[in-house]
Design a protein around this ligand. Structure first.
Ligand code: NAG
Ligand code: NAG
Ligand code: NAG
Length: 291
């Protein structure tokens, strides 16, 4: 039999162990995540990455490929027209959309989708990875000014009433079903479309957004999905390889209000060259990618 003090010691160790496990899985705070997005937006604007606190020196992805932060979009300054961010306190990650313009003859306008990840110990001051989908002149349906015009009019305020916020499960399901529409004929009808929802794909605008939907047809599932889910904003962003139409890097962000899809934003990273303006390639022109 264990003595009383041994039992106490065992109990104390168990309590300490549980406490340390709890702290390892502590959620990141919304404030911390959004502070990191602010420093990212400032870096993007200035074209300087040295103010970002990074876990390692080479942790960036641009359009689904490992990239050197000193050579990617963060190496040039950008006049910013709009920036919005969402926070995922469970995954310890954030999503930021930036619309920017050219600052001179050497630079380009961009619409970028960025997911920033931190280690799950709750420390948002250090950035573990920056994952950027960057659309620019020549990308599918690209027109930064037009995109800005549509998105500026949208309301992305936080959903104040907790009971009205969509669940994490619903948001994940909607994000997945959206990307499954090209391979699963039933996916489109499984999505709760709002009657006056708006879809902005590149600079292409569709309202209501539940019209002209793909219903299967491709055998290649859109893969490499990375999620940022924010119940407070009612949003899910999924970065992926759009394999159904030929491995395009892209981002789909969806906002759900009152249980229904309200907004969809698609940012297409650079498209495979053969698709640009190619109306004979049916894999490019199918369904939502009609030109
Ligand atoms: C970062 O990664 C890129 C792509 O893999 C590589 O070309 C570059 O040399 C790396 N930079 C550093 C500083 O390691
Ligand atoms: C980003 O957006 C916020 C909120 O609209 C704004 O206050 C801030 O000035 C923007 N940052 C830049 C660098 O434009
Ligand atoms: C358009 O796509 C078709 C089918 O994939 C291909 O055969 C053709 O070469 C492409 N045309 C151009 C101009 O890229």
């Amino acid at each position: 039999m264990l003595s009383r003090t041994t039992k106490d010691t065992v109990l104390l160790s168990v309590v300490c162990l549980l406490a340390s496990i709890t702290s390892v899985f502590a959620e990141c705070t919304r404030e911390g995540l959004l502070a990191a997005t602010n420093s990212y937006v400032a870096s993007f604007s200035a074209g300087k990455s040295d103010n970002l606190k990074l876990a390692s020196s080479n942790f960036t992805y641009q359009n689904n490929k490992a990239a050197d932060i000193r050579r990617g979009v963060l190496s040039q300054s950008h006049p910013i027209g709009l920036n919005t961010s969402t926070a995922d306190t469970v995954a310890c990650a954030s999503y930021t959309m930036i619309i920017s313009f050219s600052s001179g003859s050497n630079s380009k306008p961009y619409v970028t989708a960025t997911q920033i990840r931190h280690s799950v110990d709750g420390d948002t001051s250090i950035i573990a990875s920056i994952d950027i989908i960057a659309a620019t002149t020549g990308s599918l349906f690209f027109n930064a000014q037009k995109t800005l015009g549509y998105i500026q009019k949208e309301n992305w305020g936080v959903i104040d009433t907790v009971a009205n916020r969509p669940s994490r499960e619903l948001l994940k399901k909607v994000g997945d079903a959206y990307l499954d529409m090209w391979t699963d004929a039933k996916a489109a009808d499984s999505i709760p479309w709002g009657t006056d929802c708006e879809r902005v794909e590149g600079s292409q605008y569709t309202r209501p957004c539940g019209g002209q939907l793909p219903r299967g047809g491709s055998s290649k599932r859109n893969g490499n999905r990375r999620y940022v889910i924010d119940e407070v904003m009612g949003s899910v962003d999924v970065l992926c390889s759009f394999d159904a139409l030929g491995n395009m890097p892209d981002s789909h962000e969806i906002r759900v209000e009152d249980g229904k899809v309200k907004y969809v934003h698609t940012i297409y990273g650079n498209l495979k060259a053969s698709c640009t303006g190619n109306k004979t390639d049916t894999s490019c022109s199918s369904s939502m990618l009609k030109e």
